[in-house]
Ligand binder design. Structure first.
Ligand code: HEC
Length: 152
């Protein structure tokens, strides 16, 4: 009985282990891209929230927490572009890795603009609007140069 149980257990283990081995290449093909898209969606979500506040369509008291969310998620962005993650379901283009200096400038422009958001949101008014404008330009600057054009 014990032997039979052991046999069954090792059979189950074999399925789990072999199953995991078989699935590994597929995951390796896409996990960096999935991570990047999740992070970018969070960036987009925080941006949408900030835009709503600026338009007067969301409570003003949400401005600072949204700005803090943006400044925090911005710290993740430099880590979502590992070498070789331009294959698969992605609109990231090879220029990211072919032009590292230019790409770093685009990342830095964004992280600097995002880091300035909490103080600007706390000040409110024109300072908030101006900081949001600078931040928006940094998104555009990177998307225009390092992301496939939408009409492609
Ligand atoms: C340093 C470059 C860079 C910056 C800065 C940047 N993005 Fe992106 N973003 C990308 C790239 C590259 C993609 C494509 C990701 C992919 O398909 O793998 C992307 C994709 C996205 C997506 C789509 C995610 C999805 O579901 O596939 C959204 C939304 C987005 N960005 C919003 C923003 C906003 C808002 C900002 C500014 C606050 C911003 N991004 C700043 C490079 C950047």
């Amino acid at each position: 009985m014990v032997t039979i149980t052991r046999t069954i257990i090792s059979g189950i283990l074999a399925v789990i282990v072999l199953g995991a081995t078989a699935a590994a290449p597929a995951l390796a093909d896409g996990h960096e891209i999935k991570f990047r898209k999740s992070v970018m969606k969070a960036v987009g979500g925080a941006m949408g929230g900030l835009a709503a506040v600026l338009k007067g369509k969301a409570p003003a008291k949400t401005a600072v927490p949204l700005a803090e969310t943006m400044s925090q998620i911005a710290k993740v962005v430099p880590h979502v572009f590992p070498e070789g993650s331009d294959f698969g379901e992605t609109t990231a283009i090879a220029a990211i890795w072919d032009k590292p200096a230019e790409f770093k400038m685009a990342v830095d422009a964004f992280t600097t603009a995002a880091a300035a958001m909490p103080a600007a949101a706390a000040t409110g008014g024109d300072a908030f609007g101006a900081a949001f404008g600078t931040l928006g330009k940094s998104c555009k600057g990177c998307h225009e140069n390092f992301r496939e054009k939408k009409d492609k």
